[in-house]
Design a protein around this ligand. Structure first.
Ligand SMILES: [Mn+2]
Length: 174
């Protein structure tokens, strides 16, 4: 089961429309982790399931969401409400009480994937305004593949090319 995750487009509606068109028949769901700066009823949200970011003015975006599938439970939050610009500690604390397998977050514009206390934390990076070590890629999104015994994460560039070296596999706690 594959899921697409994108975040922090900051007004770049075109790239989200492109990803929606190219992936809607290839993934189970598409998550948008905040700071679109679009309206909640923009066409791209017919495909992407969004949450609110600190730069979103449309208060009809939800603060966060939980997504339950057969094989996985996912928690999605931009990160500003947990001050992830400082560290992940408040988000980790909240997730520990939610019985989730995966946490999707954005806000920092820096991609990352790590397993902490048996939960996968995945930040796709910013699709349009990347920062930090991988800013040279000029924007990234992620595909999460869920299997009963493992998670796979592959980061992609805006032209939908997998980035070699940015593929990760995590054993799931049994
Ligand atoms: Mn942002």
């Amino acid at each position: 089961m594959d899921y697409l995750i994108a975040s922090d487009a900051h007004g770049d509606q075109k790239i989200l429309a492109q990803l929606a068109n190219d992936y809607r028949d290839r993934v189970k769901a598409m998550f948008y982790v905040g700071d679109s700066e679009l309206r909640h009823d923009d066409d791209v949200f017919n495909d992407f399931l969004p949450v609110i970011g600190n730069m979103d003015m449309d208060s009809l975006f939800p603060d966060d969401r939980e997504y339950q599938d057969v094989d996985v439970k996912i928690y999605i939050a931009h990160g500003h409400l947990y001050h992830t610009e400082m560290d992940l500690s408040r988000l980790i604390e909240a997730a520990a009480h939610k019985d989730v397998d995966v946490v999707l977050t954005g806000h920092t514009h820096q991609l990352g994937a790590e397993m902490i206390d048996g939960i996968l934390y995945l930040n796709p990076g910013s699709i349009s305004v990347p920062r930090g070590q991988f800013a040279y890629l000029k924007g990234t999104y992620a595909i999460l593949s869920v299997e009963p015994d493992k998670f796979e994460v592959q980061f992609y560039t805006r032209d939908e090319q997998p980035v070699s070296g940015l593929q990760f596999e995590f054993k799931r706690p049994q």
